[in-house]
Design a binder for this molecule. Structure first.
Ligand SMILES: Cc1ncc(COP(=O)(O)O)c(C=O)c1O
Length: 385
């Protein structure tokens, strides 16, 4: 009997993702494909609501931390250190409200390649004394470690690190930057949206204070289930100003004397988006079952293939060639790339285009080599037409 290769084992999952039989789906960096089982869990939510009414909260409330623990199993986070919310933007506001005190340390180091939504939240505190130090990328692709070293000082409250850069796929050395931050007494806040589920990492090894990400990209979980990890020994030391009744140790006491929960529920606000968590469950379970190491190995092979084909066909590649500096996607640019992206989508080859970046293409565990070849065949035809 023929032995199944690692590749066969990954591709056996394709049938669980219906969109893969309809399209060439190379856009996981933006929105991962939906697993069939997402519908099973969403229906379970509806059944619980229908049959159990208000008593379904006995399951739904504990599920928030359970879902966090499931994410935690992928990123080496201890149990009950992850809170779920609708999006990373909200989580950023909660994190800032936990550590920024006007009149105290106020400098925040960020970069012009970070995802803007997170930046907006820090930036909006300038009117109450926050000082933003923006590191400018020298090439639109990378941020040198020396630039962090120069920027971080005794005034620094926090460093805001995007692990995988959404415009280039560059991967930053979070551990090294966090170490620089800690040496000066600053916090590290990591946005790992572009790597969670496609690059293995450990929040403990990073020694990160806060790390965040969400469900709708590499975790194949649909919209509205973002997560934030907070370092275990930091949780009891901070009190978020952006808050609500579910952050309390005993929320059903409805007490005006506040007492925060001792676990990640401290960063909850009010009623949580349970359907989004149910929708996100199947994708995260599948990633956990496959294992992020296996996903990374395949991702590196296919992103390398994408880069080699781009270089040999004379495209500008806006993604690092060094595998240690590359997350899960490849960006290629040329005049007219935005129009070509539209034409590719008409041909059911799903990628996207971003200014200052080009066409973004990402393989995941469910992508075949033939799909990469098909993408290039069409790209060459369109470029030459
Ligand atoms: C690096 C990064 N952070 C955050 C987000 C999303 O933020 P939010 O959950 O606030 O929509 C994205 C993309 O959607 C992203 O690429």
């Amino acid at each position: 009997m023929p032995v199944a290769t690692a590749e066969d084992i990954l591709l056996k999952w394709r049938k669980e993702f219906p969109i893969l039989s309809e399209t060439t789906y190379l856009v996981t960096h933006s929105m991962g494909a939906m697993p069939k089982k997402a519908a099973v869990y969403l229906n379970r939510y509806l059944e619980e609501w229908n049959k159990e009414g208000v008593t379904a909260w006995d399951k739904w409330l504990p599920y928030v931390l359970e879902h966090g623990n499931l994410i935690g199993s992928l990123i080496d986070a201890p149990e009950e250190t992850i809170i779920m919310h609708q999006n990373v933007s909200t989580l950023t506001a909660i994190a800032i409200s936990s550590i920024f005190q006007p009149g105290k340390r106020s400098k925040v180091v960020t970069t012009d390649l970070n995802f803007p939504s997170v930046y907006y939240n820090w930036k909006m505190h300038e009117s109450i004394g926050m000082k933003i130090h923006m590191i400018r990328s020298p090439d639109g692709i990378t941020i040198p470690l020396e630039a962090w070293e120069e920027a971080i000082d005794e005034e620094t409250l926090a460093v805001v690190i995007d692990h995988g850069i959404f415009r280039s796929g560059f991967m930053q050395d979070v551990k090294a930057i966090t170490k620089m931050a800690h040496e000066k007494g600053a916090y590290s806040f990591v946005d790992a949206y572009q790597t969670t589920g496609c690059v293995p990492f450990s929040v403990l090894d990073w020694d990160a204070d806060f790390a965040t990400g969400g469900s709708h990209k590499w975790l194949c979980g649909g919209a509205g289930a973002a997560w934030m990890y907070v370092k275990e020994d930091l949780i009891p030391k901070v009190e978020p100003r952006v808050t609500g009744w579910l952050s309390q140790a005993n929320p059903f006491n409805f007490d005006l004397n506040m007492e925060f929960a001792s676990n990640a529920m401290r960063f909850a606000t009010g009623t949580l988006g349970i359907p989004a968590l149910y929708a996100a469950r199947a994708g995260t379970e599948i990633i956990a079952e496959i294992g992020v190491d296996a996903i990374r190995q395949k991702s590196l092979q296919l992103t390398e293939k994408l880069i080699n084909l781009a270089v040999s066909n004379g495209f500008q590649v806006n993604t690092p060639r060094d595998p240690d500096q590359r997350a899960g996607m490849v960006c290629i640019d040329f005049p007219g790339a935005d129009q070509v992206e539209q034409e590719l989508i008409k041909r059911k080859i799903i990628v996207d285009y971003r200014p200052k970046c080009g066409i973004r293409i990402s393989p995941h565990f469910y992508t075949t080599e033939e799909e990469i070849d098909l993408f290039y065949d069409e790209l060459m035809k369109l470029r030459n037409s």
